[in-house]
Design a protein around this ligand. Structure first.
Ligand SMILES: Nc1nc2c(ncn2[C@@H]2O[C@H](COP(=O)(O)OP(=O)(O)O)[C@@H](O)[C@H]2O)c(=O)[nH]1
Ligand SMILES: [Mg+2]
Length: 291
């Protein structure tokens, strides 16, 4: 599913999330572990405002493990609690509940001190399309979906999913728009399959992908395509891959459109291994330059 985002849609999405904010104690902000910054909504801080937030790096299984560790440390150092999970497999999801309890420990202690009865933490998932919101909800839900229509201030009946005794999750996630005004972010989202091919030109995307690989994962690229060295000119790499895979047109010349598709398909289907597209080192460098 691709959503076409227009200013009106963005405003509506933001309004919907804002309305539901009142119902929950904490927000689970879902991002893609392969691009923890590029897969964030650009206005998330304004949208969520003061509400406690847990950052969840999903699709951990597809990301470069050492980079994921660096990202968790990066967010931790900046006071943003973050965890990494794999929603598809669904193992180890208790880290989500545990982190939410930690984030709300003080508030819960205050409630207890006032003599209030402990209750389940209420949470809602937000994120851009394709980060795995529905997958995570389904994993957590198992069969524990409960309708609670009588929550004060709720006009439409809200479905809550019980996750153990400690957590209740809104069954509909908040869908927010990505940072598509940034071309590089667009390429990264397209290479991870978050946005449809029609949005980007395949050849530009493949060129971006090859350049990215030659900088960050040169050995993997060399291994996959039997390259003895990384060419200075990307067109030489295109030629090499075209000949290697025998991607020829009618007249026997290399069909660059098909080579481009092959490269993008290889990256998306993990034929080059687990890849991370946003790097902590680059982000820190950027932040230092802005100071
Ligand atoms: N490998 C992997 N794939 C995932 C994970 N979570 C979701 N997916 C896949 O990502 C795609 C988008 O997931 P979906 O839940 O529909 O995203 P939503 O648009 O945020 O609701 C689907 O093909 C899922 O199977 C994960 O942790 N690991
Ligand atoms: Mg969904």
């Amino acid at each position: 599913m691709t959503i076409q985002w227009f200013p009106g849609h963005m405003a509506k999405a933001r309004r919907e999330v804002s309305e539901k904010l009142k119902l929950v104690d904490i927000i689970f902000e879902l991002v893609d572990a392969r691009l923890p910054l590029s897969s964030r909504n650009p206005m998330i801080d304004q949208v969520i405002n003061q509400k406690p937030r847990l950052l969840i790096l999903n699709k951990q299984d597809m990301a470069d493990e050492s980079e994921t560790r660096k990202w968790l440390a990066y967010f931790d150092e900046r006071g943003h609690k973050a965890v990494a999970i794999n929603s598809l497999e669904g193992k180890g999801l208790q880290v989500v509940t545990k982190a939410a309890q930690e984030l709300l420990a003080e508030k819960w202690a205050r409630m207890k001190a006032k003599g209030m009865k402990p209750r389940a933490i209420r949470a809602m998932i937000v994120g851009i399309p394709n980060v795995g919101k529905s997958t995570l909800i389904n994993r957590l839900a198992k069969k524990n979906i409960a309708k609670t229509g009588n929550t004060p201030g709720v006009t439409k009946a809200q479905q809550w999913i019980k996750v153990g005794k400690e957590l209740e999750l809104l069954d509909t996630p908040g869908i927010l728009w990505p940072k598509f005004e940034d071309q590089e972010v667009g390429f990264k989202l397209a290479l991870t399959g978050a946005i449809k091919d029609t949005v980007t030109n395949m050849e530009d995307l493949a060129v971006y992908g090859l350049r990215f690989l030659s900088i960050h994962y040169p050995e993997r690229m060399q291994e996959r395509y039997g390259l003895e060295f990384v060419h200075e000119e990307l067109v030489d790499t295109f030629d090499h891959i075209g000949k290697l895979r025998r991607v020829f047109g009618q007249g026997g010349e290399i069909d660059y459109d098909q080579v481009a598709e092959l490269i993008v398909r290889d990256i998306r289907s993990q034929h080059l291994g687990k890849l991370t597209f946003d790097f902590v080192a680059e982000q820190v460098e950027k932040e230092n330059m802005e100071l």
